[in-house]
Design a protein around this ligand. Structure first.
Ligand code: ADP
Length: 289
């Protein structure tokens, strides 16, 4: 026991030795466990950090993609508005018919710009939690007809046929009519954009026991099953060659979802690749005020 206790020895019995060895073993196991725990927590923390950074990077990339697609989408109608207006001012257009066509295009392109800007402005309000819906009693069949009328010109310009089918026996509901119309315009625009060669689109309003169902049906490119959930996320666009050829901001469906959910409803998609898509809006018929 050292120089101060010369001659004194400590002897352990076999039992005590065993207990000591056990205790040391336990201690070692405890330290090992603690070490694994610390390593585990550190690795888990690193994974969370990596996931956050990756998500932020992806969002930053999507935002920058969004800015360039919005700029592109603004540029196209602005260019044609300027071009047609200048042709009219220089009186280069021949005859009344041609002038009317140019004016129609200017009106149509301005409406397209308005739709795009409305989407961007509403998106920014939603992001700030400031999008307010003005709920009033209104007629869904009327809204469907208004949306179909608003799209008449762009549809006819691209030779589309919109087959409208309305169940008139639908009671008025509490809704923000402008917002529901905006949702429909987004779905019809998408049906046009992703139709490829097909020229037929259906717009239906039906009734189930306690829901109104609005459907926009196209026979276009369709959507892969694994993409079907992602398309409702803001900025998301299916990464496919046909999508790259089509202008878009990735905002439309996220806005439609927000509008529909604000009405206590839901947006759903059924789609098959190369066969087309059915987007359905379900709205409750009996809503408390
Ligand atoms: P955008 O059309 O501006 O890209 P959306 O939010 O409206 O943005 O749509 C997100 C994505 O969902 C689109 O990029 C497209 O890939 C897919 N999509 C939407 N509607 C359809 C449709 N009717 N047919 C096929 N794909 C669609």
């Amino acid at each position: 026991m050292g120089s101060n206790f010369r001659g004194i020895r400590i002897a352990f019995s076999e039992n005590q030795e065993n207990t000591l060895i056990k205790q040391q073993g336990l201690q070692r196991s405890f330290y090992l466990l603690a070490l694994f725990l610390v390593i585990g927590i550190t690795l888990f923390g690193a994974y969370l950090l990596w996931r956050d950074v990756r998500r932020d990077l992806r969002l930053a990339e999507m935002r920058s993609q969004f800015v360039s697609s919005v700029s592109h989408e603004l540029k196209t109608p602005l260019t044609s508005i300027r071009m047609f207006a200048e042709t009219l001012r220089l009186r280069r257009s021949k005859g009344q018919k041609m002038q009317d066509e140019y004016l129609d295009t200017i009106v149509n392109e301005s409406q397209r710009l308005t739709r795009l800007l409305n989407n961007v402005l509403d998106f920014s309000k939603i992001e700030k939690g400031k999008r307010i819906y003005k709920m009033e009693s209104g007629s869904l069949p009327e809204i469907i007809r208004t949306a179909a009328r608003a799209m008449e010109y762009p549809l006819s310009q691209q030779d589309f046929k919109l087959h409208v089918q309305i169940d008139e026996d639908i009671p008025d509901i509490l809704m923000d009519g402008d917002a529901i119309e905006q949702a429909l315009l987004n779905l019809i625009s998408n049906a046009m954009k992703y139709s490829e060669e097909s020229r037929d689109i259906d717009l239906k309003l039906k009734k189930t026991e306690n829901q109104a169902v609005i459907q926009v049906i196209d026979r276009g490119v369709g959507i892969d099953p694994q993409e079907q959930k992602k398309i409702f996320n803001k900025f998301y666009r299916v990464p496919s060659p046909e999508n790259e050829r089509t202008a878009g901001t990735g905002l439309g469906l996220s806005l439609v979802t927000h509008i529909v959910e604000a009405h206590g409803g839901r947006l759903d998609v059924e789609s098959k690749k190369e066969q087309g898509s059915v987007f359905s809006i379900f709205l409750p018929l009996k809503r408390e005020s």
